[in-house]
Design a protein around this ligand. Sequence first.
Ligand code: AMP
Length: 402
Amino acid sequence: MKVFVVNCGSSSIKFQLIDMETEIPLAKGQIERIGSEGSFLKLTPTGKYTVDLPMDVPNHDVGIRVILDALQNKDYGVIKTLEEIDAIGHRVVHGGERFTDSVLITQEVMDGIQACSAMAPLHNPPNLFGIKACMELMPTTPQVAVFDTAFHQTMPKIAYLYGLPYEMYVKYGLRRYGFHGTSHKYVAQVAAEMMQEHMSDLRIITCHLGNGASITAIKYGKSIDTSMGYTPLEGLIMGTRSGEIDPAIVPFLMEKENMTAPQIDEYLNKRSGILGISGLSSDFRDLESAANRGDERSQLAIDIFAYKVKKYIGGYVAAMGGVDAIVFTAGLGENSPFMRDKICNGLEYLGTRIDQERNKVRGKAQEISVKRATVKIFVIPTNEELVIARDTYNICKRIIKL
Ligand code: AMP
């Protein structure tokens, strides 16, 4: 069975075609700059060279067509006809309180995703464009929606309600939803396997540290708290997002800097975070080299980030009454021994310590705590596409004749 995994962003489409017998992608790639000049498709058939194809992609509908054509191309494609695709799995960012698990897409589900668009105006509409485009081109192929928010729907009210009048929760659904759920769930499952235990017996803190960053407390297999909130802006300081700030700063800045609501939203999402503090870059690689050259603000941005992560870890240990494992994943978590060391330095009181030799690992699943540590620390590369493909497979295998 082959599953086409689609992740539509506002100006990009990432995709993989995964063979579920081996769980290995036959091809992966992306389209970027949709709707702008200079859009292009990158396709990497597994084991072959990447093909770069500049082309005009004005919208997601055309984007999906272009990808499916490329997958069938006689020179660099990996399938002969679209009939070889058995099912399609879509990443959908916001499922609100309605979607607590992945679902087979029907008109009712699409209406539900549309209804959640108010909470994720930049994300859910492109997700729906992708679903509709696939439906047009492959009307009989089953499609599944896998939600970023679903894994966090187990959070209790004490973790997800804000200190606002309760009516605002009832009227607008203003509460913590959390994101990166697919990633947190996946790396926690792998950590449990590596410990030869069941997730239902463990308390795990998962740190998804990429350009967007969030931390989750997973108690006995369930997300009980997470750092992102109503939107992905809350929580840790990130590449360009401020993370948590005193909400009174918002009206202050709007007045003093003469900003409208969309402008302050852009300011906090795109121009703040480590980019704003360093004044240099949103990429930790740039900050690490600038700090090594003595750039003080880059050093400060790194220090603030590590401090915030450490504070969240401490908070979640308290929330769960202990911890058995801490997991690092995503771009920074998987690739920066320096940042992992900085975060874990001082957590020895928990019963853990990083092993400097093991911590040299990059992009590979490995335990990095010292041998006798009672709290294990892991690096585990995330694989959201595989989770989407697995959920799609599990939901569709009942309805597809294999
Ligand atoms: P992601 O959003 O998961 O793709 O992560 C992207 C971020 O990971 C980049 O912006 C970098 O800050 C960080 N990153 C990736 N590779 C490295 C590395 N080798 N060292 C430090 N940071 C890295």
